[in-house]
Design a protein around this ligand. Structure first.
Ligand code: FES
Length: 74
């Protein structure tokens, strides 16, 4: 039986964000510096206004780091 993936829904605050892409972080969805040697780099972006965001956890979104609904096909 496979585990169904769902996006991580958070109320994001304004500022520069470094979202984890290697899945080794201990502080999801943010980078904690665990990526060296994985071939991954954090997804860096600036959030302008406080807003609810849905962070992809399945790895299939075409709009990373955000969920695009692709997890329904997992
Ligand atoms: S969790 Fe929704 S597309 Fe990955």
């Amino acid at each position: 039986m496979s585990e169904k993936k769902e996006p991580l829904v958070i109320q994001e605050t304004p500022g520069e964000k470094h979202y984890c892409t290697c899945k080794n972080t201990s502080t999801p969805p943010y980078c904690d510096g665990s990526h060296p040697g994985t071939g991954c780099e954090p997804h860096k972006m600036t959030i302008e206004t406080e807003q609810e965001v849905k962070i992809c956890t399945c790895g299939f979104s075409a709009n990373t780091p955000f969920c695009d609904g692709s997890h329904y096909n997992c």
